[in-house]
Design a protein around this ligand. Sequence first.
Ligand code: ATP
Length: 149
Amino acid sequence: MAHAHKVHLRIVTADAQVLDEEADLVIAPGGAGELGIQARHIPIVTTLKPGELRILEQQTEKVFAVAGGFLEVRNEDEGSAAIVLANAAEPAEGIDVARAEAARHRAEERLAQRDANIDAVRAEAALMRATARLKVVEQTNTRRRNVGQ
Ligand code: ATP
């Protein structure tokens, strides 16, 4: 059931529906800057950059890393709906740090080679995904430390 004061958020990738929940506030890494989505937000379609997606619902917060994609916000009779079509999305606690570090290292090495056979755009995109994942882990750990103080 949708609620008038909530945003019905779905996160979808090519492989799966990652999340389907009501939220008070969704903070998304929009292509032109961070966006805060609450109920009755104006309808929009925007790109997403690789970054952090935060979902606040009552006193809880869920944090995801998204590897870029699109966000659509619609207002429907039963409330606001936000759909994130992500290239990939992982909950912060599901991020494999060693894998992201390895991906970052690989991308940096490729970019440093300055070889004509290297697809620099692809390497840059991989670097942005890896950096975004690592930043999400770092920011999540920092917030948890601060809450624990
Ligand atoms: P890699 O080179 O390590 O595969 P990538 O940035 O190319 O990284 P993506 O193409 O963005 O990977 O994602 C492919 C799949 O792997 C997606 O399902 C994504 O959620 C998952 N994934 C990628 N990196 C990580 C990670 N560090 N931790 C958890 N899941 C990951």
